[in-house]
Ligand binder design. Structure first.
Ligand code: ADP
Length: 164
């Protein structure tokens, strides 16, 4: 049984992230989506980590092979704690590639080759989607609904109205 860790901020989760989760769950037995919290950025997100957990859990409530966790630890430790020898990352373009290349190298070294990174390529329709773009469209009151699931759209609308 191969479990993989898919770490990220997911603030908010987009159809791009979901495309990578689908690809990973087609290949591996279980995908653990890890909402990684940077201690310096607590309370600086759009959604709180608790809100992101609730949203992603809601999206994948019928998918037995997708689990969601949150952590503020080092990615390789989170991978170890969850019995994952593989970290999955998504690639949209050459900029992602450059970042992921450095990250995987560090993670490989500090885990003594125990934890490897597998990169999956975004499908064509999802290549230009990012959480920051979605948040910028939201701020400008421009429709972002085609980039996120209806659950995220609804939660973002509630936030705009000042609700929780
Ligand atoms: P970060 O770790 O920089 O906060 P994100 O949380 O936005 O990144 O994303 C987590 C992972 O998902 C990263 O590997 C990122 O490259 C990837 N990713 C983000 N958006 C997309 C997308 N539209 N298509 C494919 N991969 C994506």
């Amino acid at each position: 049984m191969t479990k993989v860790l898919y770490p990220g901020s997911f603030d908010p989760i987009t159809l791009g992230h979901m495309n990578i989760i689908k690809q990973a769950s087609d290949i591996f037995d279980e995908v653990i989506v890890a909402i990684m919290q940077n201690p310096d950025k607590i309370n600086k997100g759009f959604f709180t980590v608790e809100e992101r957990l609730a949203i992603i859990n809601e999206i994948y409530k019928d998918n037995d092979n997708v689990k969601v966790i949150s952590s503020s630890g080092a990615t390789i430790n989170v991978a170890r704690e969850n019995d994952c020898k593989i970290i999955v990352r998504g690639l949209r373009n050459i900029i992602d590639f450059a970042q992921e290349y450095s990250l995987q190298q560090i993670n490989k070294e500090i885990s003594n080759n125990e934890i490897r990174t597998v990169c999956l390529f975004a499908d064509k329709d999802y290549q230009d989607i990012s959480s920051s773009m979605v948040k910028e469209l939201y701020r400008l009151d421009i429709d972002y609904s085609k980039y996120v699931s209806s659950i995220v759209e609804e939660k973002m609308k509630i936030k705009k109205l000042g609700g929780k």
